[in-house]
Design a protein around this ligand. Structure first.
Ligand SMILES: Cc1cc2nc3c(=O)[nH]c(=O)nc-3n(C[C@H](O)[C@H](O)[C@H](O)COP(=O)(O)OP(=O)(O)OC[C@H]3O[C@@H](n4cnc5c(N)ncnc54)[C@H](O)[C@@H]3O)c2cc1C
Length: 123
């Protein structure tokens, strides 16, 4: 087996088919198939970054930290699905989104009830 060392600069593609791997030193190694091992993932979490949500380091990259309900470190902001971890599947993302929604609804409801009690509008 040949081991080619060097920094990969890109893929060579002709007629929508892979033809090789381009290296930073200008060489092009002919290949028809490329397999990429474990790599770092980058979640599309720009909004959460802007809000300053805390992130946790994982072997696959950084992901927004959430508790069991999807609550982030930013008050009033929940997250679920791919932005919260590298291991998600559709069924998990849907379930976590549902749980976050229920929690948000509950907090809004109890917030209204407490405000009503404080305002003396309940019997
Ligand atoms: C190659 C691959 C294969 C997979 N195969 C499977 C599989 O077979 N079965 C399975 O269950 N799961 C599979 N998954 C995982 C699955 O796709 C994810 O777990 C799931 O899509 C997570 O849903 P999500 O809503 O969290 O994120 P996404 O599906 O990524 O949805 C997020 C959406 O938000 C949008 N978005 C991001 N930022 C913004 C913004 N600022 N403003 C507006 N919109 C924005 C994005 O464009 C995107 O449409 C696979 C994933 C990959 C990458």
């Amino acid at each position: 087996m040949e081991v080619v060392t060097g920094e990969v600069a890109g893929l060579a593609v002709e007629d929508d088919r892979l033809t090789g791997v381009r290296l930073a030193d200008g060489r092009c190694v002919p290949r028809e198939v490329v397999f990429v091992g474990a790599t770092r993932l980058a979640a599309r979490d720009g909004v959460l970054r802007q809000l300053g949500a805390r992130r946790d380091e994982t072997p696959f990259g950084e992901f927004v930290a959430v508790d069991g309900t999807g609550r982030t470190s930013v008050p009033g902001v929940w997250a679920a699905g791919n932005v919260t971890g590298p291991q998600e599947q559709v069924v998990n993302a849907v379930g976590l989104g549902y749980r976050a929604g229920v929690t948000i609804n509950t907090e809004l409801l109890f917030g209204d009830l407490e405000a009503a009690v404080d305002g003396g509008t309940t019997a």
